[in-house]
Design a protein around this ligand. Sequence first.
Ligand code: TXA
Ligand code: MG
Length: 315
Amino acid sequence: MNTIVTEDIALAASLILKGELVAFPTETVFGLGADATNGDAVAALFEAKERPADNPIIVHVAARSDVAHVAAAVPSTAERFMRSFFPGPLTLILERHPNISSAVSAGLSTVGVRMPENETARALVAAAARPIAAPSANRSGRPSPTTWEAVREDLGGRIACILKGAPVRIGLESTVVDCTTEVPCVLRPGGIALEALQTVVPETKGRPSGSDGDVRSPGTRYRHYAPRGRVVVVETAEGIASPEGAAYLGLSIPEEPQAFAVCEVVPDAEAYARRLYEFLRECDRAGIETIYCERVEPAGLGTALMDRLERASRG
Ligand code: TXA
Ligand code: MG
């Protein structure tokens, strides 16, 4: 298959309506979109990504009012989150509407719904006039793509189209919050911090630790976000024993930056998040075997960043 790379939103929307797969930018990472009401298109999504069949997919809408066509019920906690954080990097787990193909939910009665802030993403969903199911546009297990070139690297030849457009702003995926329980609970930390959610619904719980969290959020069971090289999370940049041929990414400057094959220092957690996935891919392209990443304070966006670093480092 010849993958079209374009900025033409109308063309991309027409392909979605034909049941084809279209990658598009969001403010978090690139998504791989399919018509969420078309079971065959959703099945093709799983195949193109080589995604495990029991991992459900997030549905993207263009307006708050569209949530009613995706979810069977919207509890008051979800209403409050939508008012404060839609559009934005937040996914709400709600009971699924019968409009939405059950393949999207991988057998669950629930559905993840998100209204992206990225203009290109919303324009695509609006032009298709359908909810769009979209996982991150990487091969399963690889770091999520934050550039259209990274999408092509993983999925070129396997999907109909890559839509170029407004760049990703955050670089890590959305926060996933289960709103089907009385007390909302974070299943995956992401672009909206727990602290921000708690300003709107104070009782919101963080992700349950250990295996408990993995049971409730199917996607978090799998190896994730991993480059081919080995990721090692270090407490600080000082005293890394074998920098030769290795790469480093972090907030502090190593003692001998020139000893690393690649050494990159970022000013804050936001810049770290924006850079992480593309950095890991660049290390792979350069054939680097060991990638040192400095840990960050697990607060605010740092919680999501540490979650991804820990998963990437699980070999
Ligand atoms: O930022 C994002 O969320 C990006 C962009 C493209 O929107 N999408 C994304 O999708 O990260 P994906 O498929 O890579 O991750 C979706 C996560 C998985 O952990 C999945 O298990 C969880 O959301 N999820 C989706 N639907 C769910 C449901 N009904 N119940 C529980 N977890 C769900
Ligand atoms: Mg993903």
